[in-house]
Design a protein around this ligand. Sequence first.
Ligand code: SF4
Length: 134
Amino acid sequence: MSVKTNGNEQEFPEGYKDIRCIVCPTGCLVHVENLNGELIIEGHSCKRGEEYAKEEFIAPKRILTTTIRIENGFLPLIPVRSDKPIPKDKLEETLKEIAHKQIEAPIKMGDILIENVLGLDINIIASRDLIEKQ
Ligand code: SF4
């Protein structure tokens, strides 16, 4: 399958990327290229793959997983994750913000530990329960 996206208002990054689609287990290799301002997308087998590869080329995002220090917890750290994908160019800044935090136990899985991190409308949530130190 091959698609040409007319640039119109949108500017695309320079160059090209070969992107392994992870939307389904088929794992198509999708070629995305900016050819003189026109986005060429080839190798995908469906619309979902086209959208995934386009986003990966223009503005890649990732779910962030890391840990936060716990003041009075049964364990010193708790695993956490972002509740939405974070733009890749904001991952480092987000990790720095998280590194400064210290949270108090008890914590329930899914609790919001940092709300609206960096104003991105994304929360950092607990990936497990954590009781207080006895
Ligand atoms: S392009 Fe479509 S069929 Fe291929 S891996 Fe992605 S979602 Fe699956």
